[in-house]
Design a protein around this ligand. Structure first.
Ligand SMILES: Cc1cc2nc3c(=O)[nH]c(=O)nc-3n(C[C@H](O)[C@H](O)[C@H](O)COP(=O)(O)OP(=O)(O)OC[C@H]3O[C@@H](n4cnc5c(N)ncnc54)[C@H](O)[C@@H]3O)c2cc1C
Length: 551
């Protein structure tokens, strides 16, 4: 006779995305259980690059300290033309300094990252049940049932929601009959780790992430905190790579036949460019590689999955806590699927095409465009904004300016205004108690409304309601007799207000994942409250009316 357990949310898979989902749900106080088929976390050499937006998310999840301590921080990525040994473009993260506290990338092996994420969960009782392999799943209007095989006995789990974080070969996706759209590339990727001194033995020190373009054999060098990682394509029909072949390649790329190398590890991976046709089936959601398989060029697969968890967890929390109705959950797929397709196509696939371009004419064009980007501040900002994933936006598709305008029209660059769907920049202000506050720290487990009004005019702000905290931000601080001191954000010089590009007498409503839900005129004391209620489909603030009926 098998055992049984009940939990609000069952997470299947303890890869980085399953662990991120657990950390996010913990942040909102939602009971969950992670189930993993393996006896321990993975040790495979996979992701190694953590982008600024993921660093922000890890900070909110309380696991950033170890990642920064053990990781290798850097703010410059190189795109190098190997035949001419020329750096075509230096992508800097420094243009993101006003946007984020973390205008840099961190290299850290995925296995180490997973260790830090797991540590963030261990204060909870048995957060991951290892050696639990999902065999079957069913659902009805009331909930889901999952059957796990374990070394001792079978386990039946009842859950309100299931998060499928079970990777590219997702059993759950197969059982739900959800197809993947896209292609699997004929070439595979070799990832090899080795100890070698490429700082002093390469003619010039390499930056910590270098894309080396070559029509015959492109290469990516990734410096890890304690070794180097090397990614190269393995063409269809090529011999299975051996340690000796890989070391010879490294020596050839750095033009040093006698370079001492000590080999550590190696893996060969099939490369895909695929996304799931649907990301939600009733109470079951696909996240991470279960929903999208992205070419590793660009280091986006895991980073995109971390954002999936960040997008979905608060919505589930709001539904389970009767703050919102279940309709809110449909926005997970409509927001995240286009982002995964965009990341896979515009960043990962385009990177791959650009690196191995064969036509000499196209290569000349490519080198010119990269040279322009390298010199135009506006384009550099746009490149860093997109590459860091700080530019992830859920706004409806807007027409992007022509390439001509992008290249010639942005010499005198002004940051575009923050719009609905964008991630709110993490600007620094002074809080009510006079301490430095970053805007993202204002977000705890609910929405935040930032009202852009002069406190000297005494705007009447209605009292906060559960799920929403309101602040008034201005370059004039709030005096105590305005009654606004407790919600005042002092924006010295109006720097952050200018960064927002918003007008005075407006409010900016921000979701728990730091994306802007609404921007509107602050007509009366409850303007932001009404916008909040409309956003989460909440007819009133009474918990019993807000969602119980639909759960
Ligand atoms: C060579 C390479 C380099 C990469 N570099 C980067 C990079 O620099 N940056 C980046 O962002 N991404 C990178 N990626 C992609 C990244 O590794 C993946 O996107 C990431 O691992 C996906 O995480 P996940 O949690 O969705 O899936 P996975 O890491 O695959 O985890 C899924 C988990 O589910 C478990 N599981 C599966 N089936 C079951 C079941 N039936 N029952 C219970 N448990 C189950 C598995 O054991 C596994 O632990 C790279 C990938 C490769 C191959």
């Amino acid at each position: 006779m098998g055992k049984m357990m009940s939990v609000s949310v069952a997470i299947v898979g303890a890869g980085p995305v399953g662990l991120a989902a657990g950390l996010e749900l913990a942040r909102f106080g939602v009971p969950f259980q992670i189930f993993e088929e393996d006896p321990r976390l993975s040790t495979k050499p996979k992701a190694g690059t953590i982008l600024p937006r993921s660093l922000e998310i890890f900070a909110q999840e309380g696991v950033l300290a170890g990642i920064l301590r053990e990781g290798l921080r850097f703010d410059e990525v190189h795109f190098v033309d190997r035949p001419r040994d020329q750096v075509l473009m230096r992508m800097l993260m420094s243009p993101m300094e006003e946007e984020t506290r973390y205008p840099f990338i961190v290299n850290l092996p995925q296995s180490d990252l997973e260790g830090f994420m797991y540590e963030g969960l261990v204060s909870r009782d048995d957060p991951v049940r290892f050696e639990h392999q999902l065999a079957r799943l069913s659902q009805d209007e009331d909930g889901c049932r999952l059957w796990f095989e374990t070394p001792d006995s079978a386990l039946e789990v009842h859950a309100r929601f299931v998060l499928a974080c079970d990777g590219g070969k997702s059993v759950i996706r197969h059982q739900l009959g959800i197809e993947m759209e896209g292609v699997t590339h004929p070439e595979r990727f070799l990832v090899a780790d080795f100890e070698v001194d490429l700082d002093r033995r390469n003619g010039r020190p390499l930056t910590y992430l270098s894309y080396i373009f070559d029509p015959e054999e492109w290469v990516i060098f990734v410096r890890q905190p304690r070794f180097w990682r090397f990614l190269i394509p393995v063409g269809p029909g090529a011999l299975e790579p051996t340690e000796a072949m890989v070391m010879e390649k490294v020596r050839r790329v750095v033009k040093n036949e006698s370079l001492p190398i000590s080999f550590l590890d190696m893996g060969v991976y099939q490369v895909h460019h695929r996304t799931a046709k649907s990301w939600q089936a009733g109470r079951v959601f696909l996240l991470g590689d279960a929903a999208h398989l992205i070419t590793p060029v660009g280091g986006l697969g895991m980073n995109t999955g971390i954002q999936d968890a960040n997008n979905l967890a608060w919505k589930i929390a709001f539904v389970l806590q009767y703050r919102a109705d279940r309709g809110l959950l449909t926005s997970y797929e409509s927001e995240r699927a286009p982002i995964a397709r965009l990341n896979a196509r515009n960043q990962a696939e385009r990177n791959r095409d650009v690196m191995r371009m064969k036509s000499p004419m196209k290569r000349v064009g490519r080198n010119l465009v990269l040279g322009w980007i390298d010199r135009a501040p506006g384009l550099k900002w746009q490149a860093a904004h997109a590459r860091s994933l700080l530019g992830t936006t859920y706004k409806p598709k807007t027409k992007s300016p022509s390439l001509f305008k992008q290249i010639f029209g942005v010499r005198h660059f002004v940051r575009p205004p923050v719009e609905v769907g964008d991630r709110m920049p993490d600007g620094e202000v002074f809080g009510p108690d006079g301490s430095h506050r970053y805007l993202h720290d204002l977000i705890q487990t609910g929405f935040v409304a930032i009202i852009l009004m002069d406190p000297r005019l005494r705007p009447a702000v209605d009292p906060d309601i559960p799920g929403l905290t309101q602040y008034v931000m201005h370059r004039f601080d709030a005096a105590f007799d305005t009654g606004l001191r407790e919600r005042a954000l002092f924006d010295r010089g109006g720097r952050i207000t200018a960064l927002f590009g918003a007008d005075q007498n407006q409010f900016i409503l921000v979701r728990p994942d730091a994306h802007v839900a609404a921007i509107g005129a602050f007509d009366d004391g409850s303007s932001a409250i009404r916008a909040y209620q409309a956003y989460i489909h909440q007819p009133s603030t009474t918990p019993s009316r807000a969602g119980r009926a639909v759960l």
